[in-house]
Ligand binder design. Structure first.
Ligand code: GDP
Ligand code: IMO
Ligand code: MG
Length: 441
């Protein structure tokens, strides 16, 4: 199994960080390949909690090389803070991490542009971004004229480049910003030259490292950020992020050929959440939604915003499972549903009086559809201590089995808490149907 990937099948925060940490042992490399500091990945090992925005979640495990590939956009102060946080906790990234010289840099004007557009787009139009400058940085990457890459930091023409771009940004933003545009080229040059001095020792040609690793049949684990429904091409556009956060982005962002990937693990919660604006068919804007938020501590890892919560949407997950070529599912947060008497799952949508079983491409259709639900009995028993399938109540196993059937893909992991240890591994012997048969015999 040389090439494995962990991707989110919903709107992000599915517990990808936990899965990546869990699967890192035995890997040679762990690779972040898209997104940037908008991601917030949590790894919990006993009392230690690591919140990672930039550094791959494989970093805690010694002996693994962590790469940040060209498809990621880098925020220098954020990554430096994270490197410091890790150093304080005994993890020195010097020999454990490399950043691609091709990766684009999020500059102060990108963050400013993100803020300005967030203020301009109000109500139903507001994307509710993480305000980390992600969209503007990717826009400049594709536009080419004003982009700065990691390899450009510290180059002789860096200062002139910053002066040129700053001038353009001030002129273009002055027309839309209600406040004076505060961008000081000389201050930026001084600040980013210092970042360059500290980060350049970590900058390398990660594409070459990866292609050599592919030739040597090394084991590589790819860590997706965000979730498939936030994919810029295949998600709920324009309420998406600015990268390919579904399975289609792995090869483009990392530089590793798609044929190298043999296993794609799709992570999904036992319910669903979404942060920011955009359509969300199974949203529960009521006391059940609040209960899930409380039980799951559903507040953003990056922004602290309360996450919108709702039932599991099997139509959406079936779509993203197919889109990503997912080979197995990691079902997370099963413990969060433990107190509920009944649990609902969306199995189809109703659109203009007709039942449909596909995820609509049209935003207005997505806004209008009504979810069609199936209702299952809850288990009302704490499952956080379960370590094998047999430890789970019958109704919890049956619920997972319904999701497996509806998603159309085997479940390989069930997570019942944030800790590494709170994970149940499934295989052909320890399958949901075997466990259910044994329990009901
Ligand atoms: P990511 O962005 O996909 O890595 O996920 P986040 O880290 O943003 O959000 C997941 C949150 O749920 C984190 O606080 C995790 O520590 C926590 N978590 C992970 N798995 C479980 C689980 O099975 N049950 C519960 N209750 N929390 C979990
Ligand atoms: P992880 O990797 C959840 C959401 C934002 C917003 C939209 C666009 O932790 O799962 P952006 O700042 O990317 O331009 O915001 O995408 N978003 C996330 N939601 N988890 C994430 O990352 C997210 N990254 C971006 O809330 O709705
Ligand atoms: Mg997150």
């Amino acid at each position: 199994m040389p090439g494995q990937c962990v991707i989110g099948l919903q709107w992000g925060d599915e517990a990808k960080g936990k899965l990546v940490d869990l699967l890192t042992e035995g890997q040679d490399l762990v690779v972040r390949y898209q997104g940037g500091a908008n991601a917030g990945h949590t790894v919990v090992i006993g009392d230690a909690v690591y919140k990672l925005h930039h550094v791959p979640s494989g970093i805690i495990n010694a002996g693994v090389l962590n790469l940040i590939a060209p498809g990621v956009v880098i925020n220098p102060p954020t990554i430096l803070k994270e490197i410091e946080m890790l150093a304080e906790r005994g993890i020195d990234v010097t020999d454990r991490m490399r950043i691609s010289q091709r990766a684009h840099v999020v500059m102060p004007w990108h963050v400013l542009e993100d803020q300005i557009w967030n203020e301009i787009l109000q109500g139903d139009e507001n994307i509710g971004t993480t305000l980390r400058g992600i969209g503007p940085c990717y826009r400049d990457k594709v536009g080419r004229s004003f982009a700065i890459r990691m390899g450009d930091l510290g180059q002789p023409n860096f200062a002139d480049r910053v002066r040129q771009v700053t001038q353009f940004k001030i002129a273009s933003l002055a027309g839309v910003s209600s406040d004076p545009v505060e961008l000081d080229a000389e201050k930026i040059i001084a600040e980013y030259s210092d970042y360059a001095r500290r980060l350049l020792p970590l900058v390398a040609d990660t594409t070459r490292i990866l292609l050599d690793a592919v030739d040597d049949n090394k084991k590589i684990l790819f860590e997706g950020a965000q979730g498939s429904l936030l994919d810029v091409d295949h998600g709920t556009y324009p309420f998406v992020t600015s990268s390919n956060s579904s399975g289609v982005g792995i090869s483009a962002g990392s530089g590793v050929p798609a044929s190298f990937l043999t296993k794609i693990i799709g992570v999904c919660k036992s319910y669903s959440t979404r942060v920011g604006g955009g359509p969300y068919p199974t949203e529960l804007d009521n006391e059940i939604g609040q209960h899930i938020r409380d039980m799951g501590n559903e507040y953003g890892t990056t922004t602290g915003r309360p996450r919108r919560c709702g039932w599991f949407d099997a139509v959406a997950v079936r779509y993203t499972r197919r889109l990503g070529g997912v080979t197995s599912i990691a079902l997370t947060m099963l413990d969060v549903l433990s107190e509920l008497e009944q649990i609902q799952v969306c199995t189809a949508y109703e659109l203009d009086g007709e039942q449909i079983d596909h995820f609509p491409a049209n935003l207005e259709d997505l806004r209008r559809i009504k979810p069609v639900y199936e209702t299952y009995p809850g288990w009302q028993q704490d499952v956080a201590g379960a370590r094998k399938l047999d430890d789970l109540p019958v109704n919890a196993i049956a619920y997972a089995q319904h999701l497996e059937r509806l998603a159309g893909c085997p479940i390989e992991f069930i997570s019942v808490g944030p800790d590494r240890e709170q994970t149940i591994l499934l295989d052909s012997t320890h399958s949901l149907s075997n466990a259910l048969n044994a329990k009901t015999a």
